[in-house]
Write a protein that binds this ligand. Structure first.
Ligand code: FES
Length: 67
């Protein structure tokens, strides 16, 4: 499923950019070598960044608790 129709960026590619260090929607576009155009996808990408980061944080906390 496409998240950014203007640039053909799919959900999986957004997650890949986040895991590579993208912390802003514009950084997700830059990771894939394109620019924001209509900006309609920015709220969804921002939400995805929050979700993936929350999952990463929970995983790190679980690992820390496990020792
Ligand atoms: S849908 Fe992403 S820039 Fe237009």
């Amino acid at each position: 499923m496409f998240v950014c129709n203007c640039n053909g960026i799919r959900c999986k590619q957004v997650d890949e950019a986040i895991r590579a260090g993208a912390r802003k929607p514009q950084a997700v576009h830059a990771h894939h070598g394109c620019d924001v155009q209509c900006a309609r996808c920015l709220p969804e990408i921002a939400a995805r960044i929050r979700k993936v980061r929350a999952e990463e944080k929970a995983r790190h906390e679980a690992m820390a608790e496990a020792g």
